[in-house]
Design a protein around this ligand. Structure first.
Ligand code: FMN
Length: 377
């Protein structure tokens, strides 16, 4: 296997997570990535000025940030107050947020998503049914992404002819993200949302060229990748995948084969990165014992590999030192510690996250009021 970029950059004696890494055209000064985090504070699907402070608090010079999941179209929404990127107003509203991250030297990718059947008629234009790969209804989830899930209404299975239109929505969203100033986009192919509703055999019951075999089930995801790569170029495209999780009743009978097939197929498009969530992160909120690992996908994928899911400082350092990943994305720890890389550097204590305010709509509380190290008493 070709030596992975950055492999030699972990010098002995240095904290592995805090070593630089060259991700194609991006010179990262460390490997602690802000994971995508939905915060439900974009009123009316428009990013708000309070997000300027939130993201810039979490920016370091040469640090990589991934935005919260951002709706690609008016049918993409399944939770209240999620940001969109399909209208001019939304694109304009993202600009000052992206500018603030850039002003501090950060690198900012926009995670673009479509929830598919994890929605209900109340979120849909003209009260229509949510779209999906299937017409099987998702029955109420106790928790989805930590959110008490709303009732999902029965979805409408997309016809074969309609699928290119949804692919096109992703392409346009990617173009809009670049227009807004983002350095690139991350395709949200994880956690049981629309792309996984095609990829995973527990959900996909199609009989056309988008269902059945593994190749067919992955066709939708790869058509999106191809369309976006053609639109904005491969070095600005990442994807997030969770072959091992079964959120939203989206499990697969052979997650390892799915993960490897995707990693190998992505190589053809030469995209920038593949971001995967650890198999141990199967149940929301805790690490579980598992015989599976991301190693085969890490090995199969030629670009930058990002791992996430239940990481703390120590195991993040070990994963980088052992070359099991290039970068580590932190979700809850970064949410609660805006200066997370600095705290890792100083081995300083961490603020505890407050789950109660993950998804509330306050523009400050639980959002921008987590203290920095130097602002503590
Ligand atoms: C509040 C919250 C919001 C999240 N929103 C998203 C999201 O928008 N997109 C996504 O891919 N994952 C999302 N996740 C999953 C995280 O990116 C991450 O994979 C997960 O929290 C595990 O990492 P951690 O142990 O470092 O928190 C969310 C998680 C939390 C806690």
């Amino acid at each position: 296997m070709a030596e992975k970029e950055g492999e030699k950059q972990v010098d002995e004696g240095k904290i592995p997570l805090l070593t630089p890494y060259k991700m194609c055209n991006f010179e990262l000064s460390h490997r602690v990535v802000l994971a995508p985090l939905t915060r439900l504070r974009s009123y009316g699907n428009v990013p708000q000025p309070h997000a300027i402070l939130y993201y810039s608090q979490r920016t370091t010079k040469g640090g990589l940030l991934i935005s919260e999941a951002t709706d690609v179209s008016d049918t993409a929404q399944g939770y209240p107050e999620t940001p969109g990127i399909w209208t001019k107003e939304q694109v304009e509203a993202w600009k000052p947020i992206v500018d603030a991250v850039h002003a501090k030297g950060g690198i900012f990718f926009c995670q673009i998503w479509h929830v598919g059947r994890v929605s209900n008629t109340g979120f849909q234009p003209n009260g229509q049914a949510p779209i999906s790969s299937t017409d099987k209804q998702l029955f109420p989830q106790l928790r989805s992404n930590g959110i008490e899930a709303a009732q999902c209404t029965p979805p409408r299975k997309l016809t074969t002819e309609e699928i290119p239109l949804v692919v096109n929505d992703f392409r346009l969203a990617a173009r809009n993200a670049i227009e807004a100033g983002f350095d690139g986009i991350e395709i949200h192919g994880a956690h049981g949302y629309l792309i996984e509703q095609f990829m995973k055999d527990q959900v996909n019951d199609r009989t056309d060229q988008y269902g059945g075999s593994l190749q067919n089930r992955c066709r939708f995801a790869l058509e999106i990748v191809e369309a976006i790569v053609n639109e904005i170029g491969p070095d600005r495209v990442g994807i997030r995948l969770t072959p091992f999780t079964d959120y939203m009743d989206a499990g697969d009978s052979n997650p390892e084969a799915l993960g490897i097939y995707m990693a190998e197929s992505l190589n053809k498009y030469r995209i920038l990165y593949c971001h995967m969530v650890e198999p141990r992160w199967k149940v929301e909120g805790e690490n579980v014992e598992t015989p599976h690992s991301l190693a085969p996908m890490r090995k199969a994928f030629n670009g930058t590999f990002i791992s996430a899911g239940g990481y703390e400082m120590e195991d993040g350092n070990t994963a980088v030192a052992e070359n099991r990943t290039d970068l580590v994305a932190y979700g809850r720890l970064f949410l609660a510690n805006p200066d997370l890389p600095k705290r890792f550097e100083l081995k300083a204590p961490l603020n505890k996250y407050n789950r109660e305010t993950f998804y509330t709509s306050d523009p400050v509380i639980g959002y921008t009021d987590y203290p920095f190290l130097d602002s503590r008493d």
